[in-house]
Design a binder for this molecule. Structure first.
Ligand SMILES: [Zn+2]
Ligand SMILES: [Zn+2]
Length: 140
């Protein structure tokens, strides 16, 4: 079980069981939603995550894509999409103990900001990560 929430505490959630995956997303929509160079997600089945409060607002950033955030402090909370039906993707660093979710991959790596240099050995995917990585590790 892992607990997390937004900056002001109005949104709190609990996840149960192991996540399906943990990954860094470099896509431009995630970057803009978080204001950060990289958004690090943990993916769960929707039923694994329980919200203690209804304080989320939802913004549809493109058809079938729903990004939620705290309606008081604005902290990004979740990504849900019709293309990943039944899943909820939470931001690792909204958890109280983010160190427990260790990233396994970079996705949408080709969209990254050019000055982002990462020295881990994780696979880099051009898309959401179902297929063959374009690279492993920092070497070009
Ligand atoms: Zn909040
Ligand atoms: Zn993304």
């Amino acid at each position: 079980m892992a607990e997390g929430g937004c900056l002001c505490g109005n949104v709190r959630f609990v996840s149960e069981g192991d996540p399906k995956w943990v990954a860094h997303c470099h896509c431009s929509s995630c970057r803009r939603h978080t204001g950060s160079a990289v958004a690090t997600f943990v993916g769960f089945e929707r039923g694994q995550v329980t919200f203690a409060t209804p304080a989320r607002s939802v913004y549809s950033s493109s058809p079938g894509v729903f990004r939620s955030f705290c309606n008081h402090c604005g902290t990004p909370i979740a990504y849900e999409a019709e293309s990943a039906k039944g899943e909820i993707h939470l931001y690792v660093c909204t958890f109280d103990e983010p160190e427990q979710f260790v990233p396994q991959a970079h996705v949408h790596f080709t969209e990254r900001v050019p000055w982002v240099e990462l020295h881990d050995d994780l696979p880099r995917f051009a898309d959401t990560g179902g297929g063959t990585p374009i690279a492993f590790g920092p070497k070009k």
